[in-house]
Design a protein around this ligand. Structure first.
Ligand SMILES: Cc1ncc(COP(=O)(O)O)c(C=O)c1O
Length: 424
């Protein structure tokens, strides 16, 4: 018997998530300069504020008891309402017929929402369109659920519409359009590239997806992952895809309170089309029948009494400083053959090397970097497998989020030295 024969097909399909070994490497080697982890900035975590919120939450006996009890599957009613108000205010939308707290679900991080939506909509062999490159942890979900993650080329302002059109046409031509369930788009300061999708592009992409519904024979959704929307430190905000979802029936909007407040609380949310709210809640009921209630109450209080809003500018200033530090270090220490683009939010720079370079795990560049005490995310992890092209191996994701600011320059200097020695 093979040692995995007894496992379910889902478990056998699941590889070791790269996020787990990257985080473990970071935690196991505290002396290492990690430019890899998606950890947020420890220096700006709202420690004192959370202490005060927690004391307030637990001060009154009845509230404290409620906070320490199980809650409901959909989430704390007050937090759902505050969340809807927050999303509507950000997008200039009016809560109303299409947008009510009933469509809001509070999840254990937005990661859980990504999983739930994928599980609810997809059988093995179904298709989800993903950006090329995309959030690599999402590719792990696709692998486990047997979803065919089909990449669509990325440009500086989001997916390339000509490639989206070509991909949709080829699904129609091959008779596979019926397997297409949704497009997964990380539209704000994307992980890993830092790119933001333009509003007109969102409009056209949504229209293209909708135009395939007749051929598919079912709704085709857009899952907008806005995890980094609040981590914007330069330039104006872009309205969400939800603002284009006139009947409220096709856009799943995912966001989180982890990145812009505290990752340790792991509270995220989704604003769902009515068609999906019930199925998602049923499945969440089977997963955990509710996100940690104490953490939800904490977030609700932070939103209600202005702590969240007051913390955002502090956080943004902290990340802007780190972005500037990394940008200066890249300019000073990277060899000429490395290119990257300025980012206006989020946590990441995406560095591109010449095509012949190999930055993958186990490559001489990766191993040398580790020997010099530096860890980065190999870019190939962020590309879906497809027969249409070999996986690019010439990119790296460099995070300025979790690295102590005094280590950013030294980490980039060491990495630059490794790359210079690679003689590309
Ligand atoms: C693009 C993207 N979406 C979702 C998540 C999940 O975040 P959380 O579960 O903390 O909300 C992450 C975390 O790194 C991310 O980068």
């Amino acid at each position: 018997m093979n040692e995995t024969d007894f496992l379910s097909s889902l478990a056998r399909r699941s590889g070791d998530p790269a996020i787990s070994w990257l985080m473990k490497m970071t935690l196991d080697r505290p002396a290492m300069f990690s430019l890899a982890a998606g950890f947020t900035d420890s220096e700006t975590l709202p420690v004192a504020e959370v202490g005060e919120l927690m004391a307030e939450l637990l001060r009154s006996g009845a509230d404290a008891r409620a906070a320490l009890q199980y809650g409901s599957t959909a989430g704390d009613p007050e937090l759902r309402k505050l969340t809807l108000d927050y999303v509507c205010a950000q997008d200039g939308l009016a809560p109303g017929a299409a947008l009510t707290p009933d469509e809001v679900v509070i999840t254990s991080g937005s990661q859980q929402l990504l999983y739930l939506v994928s599980e609810v909509l997809c059988d093995p062999g179904d298709i989800v369109l993903v950006e090329d490159p995309t959030y690599f942890v999402y590719l792990g979900i696709c692998e486990a659920l047997g979803i065919d993650a089909t990449p669509v080329r990325m440009e500086n302002d989001g997916i390339a519409l000509d490639d989206l059109e070509r991909t949709l046409q080829s699904l129609k031509d091959s008779g596979r359009i019926g397997r297409l369930k949704f497009a997964y788009l990380v539209t704000y300061f994307q992980n890993p590239t830092g790119r933001t999708t333009g509003f007109e592009k969102k409009r056209e992409a949504l229209a293209m997806l909708r135009s395939c519904e007749k051929a598919a024979g079912h709704p085709i959704f857009a899952l907008e992952d806005a995890a980094y929307r609040d981590l914007r430190f330069d330039g104006p905000d872009t309205p969400s895809l939800k603002t284009l979802d006139t009947d409220g029936e096709r856009v799943i909007y995912a966001n989180t309170y982890t990145k812009p407040f505290a990752t340790g609380i792991k509270v995220g949310y989704g604003v769902l089309p009515r068609l999906l709210a019930r199925p998602v809640l049923r499945t969440k009921g089977n997963h955990d029948f509710g996100t940690a209630n104490l953490n939800q109450r904490l977030v609700a209080l932070a939103l209600k009494n202005g702590v969240y809003a007051r913390h955002l500018p502090v956080l943004r200033a902290g990340y802007r400083r780190r972005r500037d530090l990394m940008n200066a270090a890249l300019q000073q220490h990277m060899p000429k053959f490395v290119s990257w683009q300025e980012v206006r939010g989020g946590l990441y720079y995406w560095a591109e090397l010449p095509e012949r370079a190999d930055t993958s795990r186990g490559s001489p560049i990766f191993v040398n970097a580790l020997d010099h005490g530096v860890l980065y995310v190999p870019g190939d992890l962020c590309f879906a497998e497809t027969p249409a092209r070999p996986k690019p191996r010439n990119c790296m994701r460099l995070s300025f989020g979790g690295t102590p600011s005094h280590q950013i320059e030294e980490g980039v200097r060491r990495l630059g030295g490794v790359l210079k020695n690679a003689r590309l």
